[in-house]
Each structure stands twice: as C-alpha cells, then as structure tokens.
Design a protein around this ligand. Structure first.
Ligand code: AMP
Length: 287
C-alpha cells in the first residue's frame, strides 16, 4: 500500500494507472475506521482495479463550536487496517496541501444543503462539497463510494457531481450497524457508556416507523411524531430534527410517496448522532 501525502505524487501515481486503463475507485473518509468504512473499501476493491482511500478531517465542514478538536483520530491504526484491506493508495493530505494560504474557492449546492442537518450546521455541506470536489479533481476516480448513513451527503454530492459534470459514478452503500442496531460512526466512541446504552433507540424508532408505514400510515407528521416520542420517552436524547423527505430532492413530504427518506439528528450529551432509513413506496394509497 502506498501512503501518499502530496497532490503531485498522487497525480503521478494515478496517471500511470489510468494509462494502463485501470478503473479507479475512491472512498473519501475522515478516518478512525470502522466496519462502515471497510464495507466501502471492500466494494471498491471488488469493483475497481485501484482503490484509493483518503483520510482528511476537513476543518471547513466544522463550525467553530463543533467537535473538530474532539473528532477521533488514530492514523497508525487506520494505516494498519487499510493495509489489511489491501487498499492500494491511502491519501493523507495535511491542511496546507488541501487549503494553501491563498485559498478562496467554495462550492455551494443550494437548497438541499440547508435542510435536515444543514439547518443546524450552516456551512457544513459547503465544506463537504468543496473538499470532495477538490478530491474528485485530484483523483479523477471512475467510481466514488459513499455510505447511505450520511444520506444528505449522498444527495448533496450527487447533485454537485451532476450539476458540475464530474465524470464519476457515485455508489451509495447500506448503513453498517452494530449488533444492537446503532449505526456505526467514528463519533460513537465519544459516547459515555450510559449514552451508548441508549443510542440504539434511534434505530428502533426508525424501524418502528417503517412498520407503521408498512401498516398503511402515509401522514408524515404521524411518523415524525412517533419517532420523536419514542426517542424522548425511552432515552435522554435531545432531538434536533426528525423529517420525512424525498430521498433525492430532500423536499419535505406531507403525504408519504415515492422514495421516502426518514432522517434524524439527535444529541446524546455533547455527541450528535444521525441515522436514517429509506422506504420505497409505489404510490400514496394505503397498502
Ligand atoms: P466519515 O469518515 O464519517 O466521513 O465517513 C466516510 C464514509 O463512510 C462516508 O461516505 C460515510 O457515509 C461512510 N460511512 C460512515 N459510517 C457508515 C456506516 N455505518 N455504514 C456505511 N457507511 C458509513
């Protein structure tokens, strides 16, 4: 496995792969790997000739009061894991490689960046879109692998790639969960043991919502209400949002129809967790 820290070195290496006609798969991450990350790496290895994984905790996607400094990091451990997964290239740029002093350019994917998580994290998706646009330009992968756990990120980056004609195919893979249903996240280690024991309620509430929809419920407010209630009644979680939206456009739905995304953001103590589920519906009639 090559560990690369500069753009020049990465470009040289990948231009050789491209000359040989190799298919390049790319997995952008902020490191502190867990099985969710590994599922993306494994799929990239399976479908592509070269698997490039980046580790970069992007300061531009954290607001000043957010957890940039608390964000878990362990590069040594990540290197070992990536080697074991047969990753071909691990790209670990520093801040001044990505944002040199003269840096001025940002990508703003309007509207869909400002709903759900974006409402309480203004500027977050501008940071995400900007860094991923840069990484796509640097790496020029054939396929980029993302996790459905970050559903809004998938929607924003898919819109950006389509709008700006990035020649990349985006694959969103299912959320990998702990045995008790909690979506894997690097932030889970920040939970106290009490918070950790309560956090699976998020998945339970979403699963319960899916059952209600399967039983015929189509009113969005009833679904969001029941999810909200279950979380607050069964845990100390502070709900930031629960919403039913169209999975592609993130437009709010009053009546559930089409590809429904039920998404939530909840604080357990200082740690903010997100989770979601997609429910494909054929039509708006009761089943
Ligand atoms: P992060 O390091 O948290 O920025 O995540 C890097 C990539 O891994 C993103 O595309 C995430 O959506 C994806 N990811 C994070 N957690 C999971 C999970 N539990 N299951 C699947 N993919 C995930």
């Amino acid at each position: 496995m090559l560990i690369i820290k500069t753009i020049k070195h990465l470009r040289q290496t990948l231009s050789e792969s491209r000359r040989k006609g190799q298919k390049i798969g790319f997995v952008p991450t902020m490191g502190y790997f867990h099985e969710g990350h590994l599922s993306l790496m494994r799929r990239a290895k399976k479908e592509c000739d070269i698997c490039v994984v980046s580790i970069y905790v992007n300061p531009k996607q954290f607001a000043p009061q957010e957890d940039l400094n608390r964000y878990p990091r362990d590069i040594k451990r990540d290197v070992k894991i990536a080697k074991k997964e047969n990753v071909d290239i691990l790209f670990i740029p520093s801040d001044n490689v990505i944002y040199p002093n003269c840096y001025l350019t940002y990508i703003d994917v309007e509207k869909i960046s400002n709903t759900l998580c974006g409402k309480s994290r203004p500027g977050h998706f501008k940071g995400v879109a900007t860094v991923v646009a840069k990484l796509l330009n640097i790496i020029q992968p054939d396929v980029m692998y993302l996790g459905q756990k970050d559903a809004q990120q998938v929607a924003v980056l898919s819109r950006m790639a389509a709008d700006l004609n990035f020649p990349v195919c985006i694959r969103a893979l299912p959320t990998v969960r702990e045995k008790d249903g909690l979506a894997m996240s690097s932030r889970n280690v920040l939970l106290t043991s009490h918070e950790r024991s309560q956090a699976p309620v998020l998945h339970k509430a979403l699963t319960d919502a899916v059952m209600r929809i399967q039983a015929g419920e189509r009113l969005s407010c009833r679904i969001t209400g029941s999810v909200h209630r279950m979380i607050t009644q069964r845990s100390d979680g502070k709900v930031q949002y629960v919403a039913c939206v169209d999975a592609d456009t993130l437009e709010p739905l009053k009546i559930l129809k089409g590809k429904v995304l039920i998404a939530l953001g909840v604080f357990f103590g200082k740690t903010r967790l997100i989770d979601n589920v997609i429910v494909p519906l054929k039509n708006s009639r009761k089943v």
